[in-house]
Ligand binder design. Sequence first.
Ligand SMILES: Nc1ncnc2c1ncn2[C@@H]1O[C@H](COP(=O)(O)OP(=O)(O)OP(=O)(O)O)[C@@H](O)[C@H]1O
Length: 335
Amino acid sequence: MARHTPQPADNASADLADGPDSTLQLQPGPGHVRTTALDALATRALGYLHAGNAVHFRGPAGSGKTKLALDLAQRLGRPVLLLVGDDSFDTKSLVGEASGLKTRRVVDRYITSVMKVETESAPIWLDRALSIACAEGCTLVYDEFNRAPASANNVLLTVLEERILVLPKPRHGEGTLRVHPEFRAIFTSNPHDHAGAHAAQDALLDRMITIDVEGFDRETEVAIAVAHSGLPFVDAGRIVDMVRDFRRSREWTQRPTLRCSIAIARMAGQLGLRVTAEEERFVQLCLDVLASRLKPGPDGVPDPRHRQMLVRLIEHFCGAGGPAPRGTVFGGVAA
Ligand SMILES: Nc1ncnc2c1ncn2[C@@H]1O[C@H](COP(=O)(O)OP(=O)(O)OP(=O)(O)O)[C@@H](O)[C@H]1O
């Protein structure tokens, strides 16, 4: 769980970093990108959040859900709590639990010849992300919430509907906690992720507004690749076009995401590689990032024809003659 107190001005994004007191804190990232498309999406979601609704961003890996959720959380101007869903979660992981006993011993020597000793024990309650967020009116970003079992997430039902947190054991003598009016929740999930994910219960989905984030437009992807790499727009554009074409082709088993474009652009920038098919190391870099995602051939081993297609893809989009015409190599529809 990471906790973040909002910073002033235009520090809209948040990356994880160790704070000065060595607790994990979210820090604004210098490369946060806002484009027309991202702004439109953010305005929509912020409207729902301001009106008191929970918002859920659903989309494939690398579609920018977490970054968007953290950006919006920061914009709400309340402290932010980040929770990442996990298969091992139960109700206690979200709301906390009584842990150990606090013992108080009173020694009464009012009359010198008589000593009266009274011992009193009370449970110590340890709060977790949800109870803190509900009590203090924080914004809870619950990333990959469907990785936690539905039984752990059940406690959210009354929080989102009746705005009451029902505690499994009394906390400071109370069995329920009235949710702070400023409490907001932003969820993310990946519906294509089957490893370790659970089906989110309908009742919970029914209490949030789900926005599908299937991937960004070209302008946004290029702007993000530039922000992460410092490459010129033209070079980042060639890399993004290449990855987008591969993505549309469906000739992969693992989706080539925005992270692929960022990785290629960032490493090309760091290694000082020219973004062209004439640069052998650049071609190798693209193959290293992309080839493992290719569909295997019928015998389960990488199909050399697919790899050849990948090389043609690099030559097409990063050929010597400048930016490629908006054609496709893998057969996807050009943007
Ligand atoms: N607006 C943005 N500005 C800068 N970088 C961004 C922006 N949106 C996304 N990114 C970058 O794109 C990459 C993918 O984003 P993010 O981690 O939010 O995706 P995700 O959908 O949550 O992925 P996963 O499901 O795999 O966790 C990250 O490296 C992130 O920093």
